[in-house]
Design a protein around this ligand. Structure first.
Ligand code: XMP
Length: 315
C-alpha cells in the first residue's frame, strides 16, 4: 500500500541531499507537475523556480488559477505573459504540425531564458511511471509537462530530477491530496492548448472566441450533468472552424464563423464515442455562444463522429 506520509518524508530527505543549487520546473497546471513542484518546494524552498507560461491559448482564467494554486502551496512561481510572443511565432502557421512546432520552440525559448537567468542546475519534471514505461524509458530530452512539443536545447545542461517517476496516477493523486493540493478531476487538455482548436491560422482574437465558446460548453455540460440530465462527458470543448456563413443577428445580416461543439466518452482517449447530449442542452449552448459574441459566431454545430474514424480534437 502506498503511504504518502512516508513517501513525502523520504523524498524530502533525498531531494535535500540531491539538489545543491537552483532548480526549475515548468508548471502547466496539470496534476503531475503541480504535485512535483509542491513536493520539491517543500524540500528546497525558493531555490525551486516554477515557471508557468501563459501562451495566450489557455482556457479562461486557467493561468490565474494555476498561479494562485501554486503560490498558495508555497511554490516560488513566475508567470510569463507570452501571448504576443506566441502569436508572432504562429503567424502564417496553418498546418497543425507547424503550429505545434512553433508553440514548442517558443515554449522552450522562454523556458531556457528563465533557466539561464536563475542559473538553474536542475530540471524538475513530473514524470510518472507510465510516461517512461510507455516511451521506452528515454525521457531525458523532453519537457513532459508540455507534452513532447519540443526538446531542450543541447547547451541547456541541466540535471534531471524526477521525484514521481516510480508512482502511478492514483498514487500521485493520493500524494497530492496528502500535500493539501486541491486536485479536481480535470478533463484532458492538449499541450498546445486552444491553438489547435482554431482551425487554420491562430490569432489572439480567434483565441478569445474559442476560449469563450469552450468556457460556455464546459459550464453548460457540467451544469446539465450535475442536474442529472446527462453523464458528464470524458472530454468536451468547442472548436473554431474557418467556415463563415451568412446569418441574421438582430435585424442585421452578419457574416460570422461557425463553432463546432465536441463532446466524447472515452476510457483512455484511444477510442471515443460522441456523447448523446440532450437537445435542450445543445440548444442552450448554441444560444449562449451566439449571444455572447454577436456578429462573430452565427452558427453552432455538433460533431457526431466517433473515434475512429475521427479523432477527439479537431486540428
Ligand atoms: P486525438 O485528437 O488524437 O486526441 O483523438 C486524443 C487525446 O489526446 C489529447 N491530445 C493531447 N494531449 N498533448 C497532450 O497531452 C497534445 O499535444 C495533445 N494533442 C491531443 C486530446 O485532447 C485527447 O484527449
Amino acid at each position: 500500500m502506498f503511504d504518502p506520509e512516508k513517501f513525502v518524508n523520504e523524498s524530502i530527505e533525498k531531494l535535500k541531499a540531491e539538489i545543491d543549487g537552483t532548480a526549475i520546473i515548468a508548471c502547466s497546471g496539470g496534476v503531475d507537475s503541480t504535485v512535483a513542484a509542491v513536493l520539491v518546494a517543500r524540500a528546497i524552498g525558493d531555490r525551486l523556480y516554477g515557471v508557468h507560461v501563459d501562451t495566450g491559448y489557455m482556457r479562461k482564467n486557467e493561468s490565474k488559477e494555476v498561479a494562485e494554486l501554486l503560490r498558495n502551496m508555497g511554490v516560488n512561481l513566475q508567470v510569463d505573459e507570452a501571448a504576443e510572443e506566441f502569436s508572432k511565432e504562429l503567424k502564417g502557421a496553418v498546418e497543425p504540425e507547424a503550429k505545434r512546432k512553433a508553440i514548442g520552440h517558443t515554449f522552450i525559448r522562454i523556458f531556457d531564458r528563465y533557466a539561464k537567468d536563475i542559473e538553474a542546475k536542475y530540471l524538475v519534471q513530473g514524470t510518472i511511471a507510465p510516461d517512461w514505461i510507455e516511451s521506452g524509458g528515454d525521457l531525458r530530452d523532453v519537457i513532459k509537462s508540455h507534452h513532447n512539443v519540443g526538446a531542450l536545447p543541447d547547451d541547456m545542461d541541466l540535471k534531471l530530477v524526477e521525484p514521481l517517476r516510480d508512482l502511478y496516477k492514483d498514487e500521485v493523486r493520493k500524494l497530492g491530496r496528502y500535500l493539501g493540493i486541491s486536485i479536481a478531476e480535470k478533463q484532458p487538455f492538449p499541450g498546445p492548448g486552444l491553438a489547435i482548436r482554431i482551425i487554420g491560422e491562430p490569432t489572439l482574437e480567434k483565441a478569445d472566441i474559442v476560449r469563450e465558446a469552450c468556457f460556455i460548453v464546459e459550464e453548460e455540460l457540467e451544469l446539465a450533468a450535475s442536474e442529472g440530465k446527462m453523464e458528464l462527458p470524458w472530454q468536451y470543448f468547442a472548436v473554431l472552424t474557418p467556415v463563415q456563413t451568412v446569418g441574421v443577428q438582430g435585424d442585421v445580416r452578419a457574416y460570422g464563423y461557425t463553432v463546432c461543439v465536441r463532446a466524447v466518452q472515452s476510457i483512455d482517449g484511444m477510442t471515443a464515442a460522441y456523447s448523446k447530449i440532450p437537445h435542450e442542452v445543445l440548444e442552450k449552448i448554441s444560444i449562449r455562444i451566439t449571444n455572447s459574441m454577436p456578429g462573430k459566431i452565427n452558427r453552432v454545430v455538433y460533431d457526431i463522429t466517433n473515434k475512429p474514424p475521427g479523432t477527439i480534437e479537431w486540428e
